[in-house]
Design a protein around this ligand. Structure first.
Ligand code: AMP
Ligand code: MG
Length: 451
């Protein structure tokens, strides 16, 4: 094994895959997009299938979309449903608002009565929120009304109290209003029976409020995908353990667990696995009980990076084996025995960034929501910046507001192992491959954390 001939035939397979793939792009043939044939002493030949950032995003989206994940459905009560994904369409159980609602404190009246100002109207009653006015408002009359109260019959506008003067029973109105001004019409937010929240929507605070507003005390939601976390590396020790000077604490499992939870998954910690094929094989198989397997480390070209070899022996299909990004280039995505997996590079910032870019949207799809790649926002660059890597760069940075513009500045960091710098950041500055020179004040893309 490991001859040039075999490496070449693997390349051809990779090319055919990529040519046939929906990407339709000649990724494998583009020398800038691939490493030289990577052949190691191990039994598995790893022809390079390195894709661009945009290609990697669409491969993840298409592969998971084609698998058409159908998470189970369960009913959960309103108080426990935050962060879950709706498995039903929710409809308004009555008009919203249920009546013409006053949105200012003032006087309900007929706009046509204000042709000449100031107008003097007779106040015939009062209607606070939670009550309704039994009578009607005839020409020349008004009713004192509070925010949230139903507009009395025949009134068609509200004048704010600030533009009035009370003269006992008579009220002086100093400003005119349009018809329906300071009123939200019945059913204008949603009519009875209209869909207010569609299946697939993640339930945040605003959605929970809306569920409450339409009387949903329990709701059908999708089961959360179980995401197995498998950190690999002989150098790793448990966080509770005191590391020897040459060892590293297993921080990735903690970061990934938090990210999985934020993304709507349930993290399953499998514990540290050493860089040994037998141990890896056993733990990967355990990980396949979950809906998604995340490995960290062991996907680079080192002698002890065995993850891809073991996955290949287990019959994995690889959809890509490397992305033209930094940090995170050795990233691997594929499927084995019907389960998707990501092999994330072990450096903590690489692990973090590749999760945000690819795993977060993958978990969303597995959990019944639509695929949404990270949204990039724009900010002005604080200091000039150069890069000639040909990669899409995601650099830890801080964005703040200066003179009303968002301004982004790189944090001090030492590369993809530096969690100190990353923890000081609140976003990533995104530099695209063609942006070789950027000047201070240029508008650039930033990716906020935790979308
Ligand atoms: P690897 O991708 O396996 O070559 O790992 C690269 C580097 O990332 C290692 O040398 C470690 O310093 C670091 N690393 C790997 N796994 C972890 C982990 N679970 N937690 C923290 N750091 C890690
Ligand atoms: Mg390693």
């Amino acid at each position: 094994m490991g001859t040039c001939e075999e490496a070449r035939s693997f390349y051809i397979c990779a090319e055919i895959f990529l040519a046939l793939s929906p990407l339709g792009e000649r990724v494998a043939r583009d020398p800038a997009m691939r490493d030289a044939g990577r052949v190691r002493g191990s039994p598995v030949i790893r022809a390079s299938m390195v894709v661009t950032y945009a290609q990697a995003i669409s491969v993840v989206q298409e592969r998971i979309g084609q698998a058409n994940p159908r998470p189970p459905v369960e009913t959960v009560s309103l108080e426990d449903v935050r962060g879950r994904v709706l498995a039903e369409d929710v409809v308004a159980d009555r008009d919203l608002p249920p009546f013409h609602r006053a949105i200012r404190d003032g006087y309900a009246l007929r706009a046509a009565d204000l042709g000449v100002l100031p107008a003097i109207l007779r106040c015939v009653g009062e209607v606070p929120a939670g009550q309704h006015f039994e009578g009607k408002v005839d020409p020349g009359q008004c009713v004192s009304i509070m925010t949230g109260a139903p507009l009395p019959v025949r009134a068609d506008a509200v004048v704010m109290v600030e533009h009035t003067r009370s003269l006992g029973e008579r009220i002086e109105i100093q400003r005119s209003v349009q018809q329906w001004e300071n009123v939200v019409l019945q059913g204008s937010e949603a009519a009875l029976g209209a869909c207010v929240l569609a299946r697939g929507r993640r339930l945040r605070a605003a959605e929970l409020g809306l569920l409450a507003a339409v009387g949903k005390v329990s709701v059908a939601v999708y089961g959360q995908p179980k995401v197995a976390i498998l950190p690999t590396g002989n150098e790793l020790v448990a966080v509770e353990q005191r590391p020897q000077w040459f060892q590293i604490r297993n921080s990735n499992a903690v970061t990934l667990s938090a990210q999985v939870t934020e993304a709507g998954g349930v993290p399953i910690q499998l514990g540290i696995v050493p860089d040994r094929e037998d141990a890896l094989r056993e733990m990967i198989q355990q990980g396949l009980d979950s809906d998604l397997l995340l490995l960290s480390g062991g996907v680079s070209m080192g002698k002890f990076d065995l993850v891809e070899d073991v996955l290949a022996e287990l019959g994995a299909e690889f959809f890509f084996q490397g992305a033209a990004i930094r940090p995170g280039k050795p990233l691997v995505f594929g499927r084995v025995r019907g389960r998707f997996f990501f092999g994330l590079p072990g450096n903590p910032v690489s692990t973090f960034v590749t999760f945000e870019l690819f795993v977060r949207p993958a978990i969303a799809m597995l959990g019944g929501t639509v695929f949404e790649p990270p949204v990039l926002l724009r900010a002005r660059l604080a200091k000039p910046c150069r890069q000639k890597t040909g990669l899409t760069m995601f650099m830890p940075a801080r964005v703040c507001v200066q003179n009303r513009d968002p301004v982004v500045e790189l944090v001090n960091w030492q590369g993809s192992g530096d969690l100190v710098g990353t923890a000081a950041a609140n976003c990533f500055l995104v530099i695209h491959p063609d942006q070789t020179e950027l000047g201070a004040g240029d508008w650039v893309d930033v990716m906020p954390e935790g979308q």
